[in-house]
Structure formats: structure tokens, C-alpha cells
Design a protein around this ligand. Structure first.
Ligand code: SAM
Length: 253
């Protein structure tokens, strides 16, 4: 894995095992890139249900807010108060290619709105509804909808916990950009699914534990009186040594 991430004009370096001098040296090198104005260190692991981490200032302009460009979209965000992974750029593009113009799409755990924005701009589905618990993320999601010139009625942003605030309607496609937490949140997704709904479930596991993760999803579906057909399983990134992010494409039968 790379020893830093770049989000907009901010480089986020990994500090473990490095002296103060080594961190400053790395920052000086990074600041030579014309697009980088700030270097911070990732000071904690990603924690809690908001999936955020603390940073420590190293060099350059003192700011945590930036504009990030990808997939012909632009996102404003604060790198400390909001989860955002530039590494999922291809996952967003790839998912957008699977969405049809006639689809009504639900995006659970929508963060600053990067998945809905890329999907709307590329696929122009009928409507996208999003749900996200973090107020900071939703404030940016509204800014990002407007920065990307998307009409308000095309992306509806619901503020709240998926356990309490799920919409009452059914969707053609449900995208679960899940936090890496124990709860699957499948029960909540299934409450908005009908026969034929496609669910893109993001799960985290070792390759050897993948069958266990699939079994758990199938059992939870049965408890909720639904049957799942697993259509595809794709590795969409690595999150730790031997541990991967998987995108599981599910058809509700
Ligand atoms: C892995 S992040 C994905 C964010 C975004 N989709 C992205 O890729 O940048 C998971 C998101 O789920 C949100 N979240 C966690 N638990 C939640 C819950 N119970 N209801 C709604 N959102 C939740 C977090 O605030 C976080 O923004």
C-alpha cells in the first residue's frame, strides 16, 4: 500500500516508524508537487461509526478542507470530519456503468456524496436517494450536489441512522457503501427491496473468510423472509495485510 494518500491539495502521510525529520523530509518532497499545498499525518486509525481519523499538521498551508477532482466530478470536504477514500475512484466508475436510466437508486452510507454524484453524472438514473448519519458529510453532500450542477430533486439526501430513517419506498438498485463494522445492515436494505432489486454490498474480509460472509448474508435474508442470489463477487481494494474490500452483487429473488 502507498505510504500516503492525496485528497485534493492535501497529502496524508503515514507516520509510523518515521522520525520527525523523516516526516518533514517527506512533506518537503510532496510540497514540490504543484497540486499539493498541505501535508498532514494520519495520527489515529479510522474509528467509530463515522469512520473518521485524527490528523497532525506537518507542513504547508494549515487547512483540512479541500476540493478533490475525480471521474469528471468535484468534491469539497474536510479530511478529518468526513470519510472519503480516493482509492475507490474505479469502484464508483464501475458501479455507474451498471446503473440504467430507468433505475430508482438508494445509496446507503453516502458520505460526502461521491458515489451519488459520480453515478448521477455518468448514468443519469431516474432518481437517487441517499442516507447518511454524519451531519458534516451531509452538509458537504449538499454543496457537492450543487457544485456538480445536479438538480436537488435528482439526489435526495436523508439525514439519519439507517436503523431509524430508511425510506418507505422500494428501489431497483441499493448500493451499500458500508462502514467496516460488525453489523451487516442487510435487514435495513431488504426493507427497501422488492423482487428483482439488485444490491451492491460492500463487505470486508480475508479471502478464506469469504464463504462465511456470504453464508451470513444468506441466513440473514432468510430471517427476513427474502432469498438472495449471489451474481458476482469482486475484490475492490485491500484494507490491511490479507484483508480485502469485496463488492458483492446480489439479486433479491
Ligand atoms: C465507509 S464510509 C462510506 C462513505 C462514502 N460512501 C464514501 O465512500 O466516501 C461509511 C459511512 O457510513 C456512515 N454511517 C455509519 N453508520 C451509519 C448508520 N447507522 N446510518 C447511516 N450512516 C452511517 C458514516 O458516517 C460514513 O460516512
Amino acid at each position: 500500500m502507498a505510504s500516503y494518500d492525496i485528497i485534493g491539495s492535501i497529502a496524508i502521510i503515514k507516520g509510523e516508524g518515521k522520525t520527525k525529520q523523516q516526516k518533514l523530509q517527506q512533506a518537503e518532497e510532496l510540497l514540490k508537487k504543484p497540486s499539493i499545498n498541505t501535508v498532514v499525518e494520519k495520527a489515529t486509525e479510522i474509528k467509530g461509526r463515522l469512520r473518521t481519523f485524527k490528523t497532525k499538521y506537518i507542513a504547508g498551508e494549515k487547512t483540512l478542507e479541500t476540493f478533490h477532482k475525480e471521474n469528471n466530478c468535484i468534491f469539497k470536504l474536510n479530511v478529518e470530519t468526513c470519510y472519503f477514500s480516493p482509492r475507490q475512484v474505479n469502484d464508483r466508475k464501475d458501479l455507474a456503468e451498471k446503473i440504467k436510466k430507468s433505475d430508482k437508486v438508494l445509496i446507503m452510507f453516502s458520505g460526502i456524496g461521491c458515489y451519488p454524484t459520480v453515478i448521477y453524472k455518468k448514468a443519469k438514473p431516474k432518481k437517487i436517494t441517499t442516507i447518511e448519519i454524519s451531519r458534516a458529510c451531509n452538509d458537504y453532500a449538499k454543496i457537492n450536489r450543487s457544485l456538480n450542477k445536479i438538480p436537488e430533486d435528482k439526489i435526495e439526501i436523508i439525514q439519519g441512522d439507517v436503523k431509524k430513517k430508511m425510506p418507505k419506498e422500494k428501489f431497483d438498485v441499493i448500493i451499500m457503501v458500508r462502514p467496516n463494522l460488525k453489523t451487516t445492515f442487510l435487514k435495513q436494505a431488504l426493507s427497501c427491496a422488492k423482487k428483482g432489486t439488485k444490491i451492491f454490498y460492500q463487505g470486508f474480509s480475508k479471502e478464506s473468510d469469504l464463504p462465511k460472509m456470504i453464508r451470513q448474508l444468506e441466513e440473514e435474508a432468510i430471517q427476513n423472509k427474502k432469498k438472495l442470489i449471489i451474481k458476482d463477487i469482486k475484490k475492490s481494494g485491500d484494507i490491511a495485510p490479507y484483508k480485502f474490500r469485496y463488492r458483492i452483487e446480489i439479486l433479491v429473488a
